[in-house]
Design a protein around this ligand. Sequence first.
Ligand SMILES: [Zn+2]
Length: 429
Amino acid sequence: MKKFASLFLLILWSSIAVAQGLSDKEKEILNRVDANHAEALQFLETNVNINSGTMNFDGVRMVGENYMEAYDKLGFETSWISQDEVNRAGHFFAEQQGSQGKKLLLIGHLDTVFEEDSPFQEYEVLNDSVAAGPGVNDMKAGNVMILYALKALKEAGAIPDAQIIVALTGDEEKAGSPISKSRKDLVEAAKRSDVALGFETASGFSYATVARRASYSWKLEVTGKQAHSSGIFSENTGAGSAYEASRILNRFYEELQEENLTYNVGVIIGGNEVDYDDETIRGTVSGKTNIVPKKTIAHGGIRFLTQEQGDRAFQKMKGIANENLPQTSAKITFYEGGYPPMEPTEGNMQLLEILSEASRDMGLGKVEAYDPAKRGAADISFVANYVDGLDGLGAMGRGAHSPQETINLDTYKELTKRAALLIYRLTQK
Ligand SMILES: [Zn+2]
């Protein structure tokens, strides 16, 4: 009986712990989000109506200037980081110094995939619940969410001594090369932080992203012996580069498939004379139906969840490429210039739990981890090695990267409040 009673008490205690509710300070923060919401939507519209396609440097800078003005008003130290060196517009950073609680890095991007020649240029409210616009969801509304969450926190006097860095990159959709230069400032900010929060578009009201897959590229170069086709398969002529490339790719297809690992052949080109450019992903080829082809190139991408999974796949692909058919040879190269993985670490899961608890305390239900296989890589991937991270905290919407891109206005205010509450609670830990 005693055992039963203590078990009952434990259950009661844990349900109280789960629904601890909101403190007066937290209620004040959420009220400030309410009070500023119309202004936030106006700021969103203003910024969506400025074209900031990645290669429209003036437009990216103009959106950056709007943020600079807004963060200056909030009392943050602001800076524009030129990216002339990598032929991009630059990044906007804002920082408040402090020492209380977790040190936070809040990540957004100023650019969109819609360049100046796109027909999709304007913000348009379609009805009470939906607005359309280029980059409205990916991720201008996310940037606005960061600003108005922080504005509410500042107005409520809730974060007087917290270190917060806001990083809005200017080239997320088409990062400047090399990455070591274009992401240097982001990585340095992460090294001074404990937690990174990414405000890329939300995958639903009840989901956040604790992991993102890495994205690398690979190139397979196969060489065969040029000879008259009548001799193909003979000891002297062998299989030719086309059969050998087919063998390798087919074995990739048959033997590598596993959860969270995908690998795509983007381009394949083969024949006798092959001229292929990795950068532009274009080539020319010539051959004859009666010549065994000398050269075949396949160029593709590979995505994986953990470095261990990636390394294992690289090894297996190399092994398959080395078991050559007669009179052929093959070489596979992996290019690590892409996005590293954001692995589903314990620390990331703890952040998700804090978000989920904040959500329940607001009466919005729990938040769960989104399937990483369904999300692409993002800027948070570059800092995942240095901090705990959570992404997908931005606005909900549809059709990112398409002319049908929209934002869901019904959930936007609640998501902004939830983000503000998450930021606040992290600065109290
Ligand atoms: Zn984005």
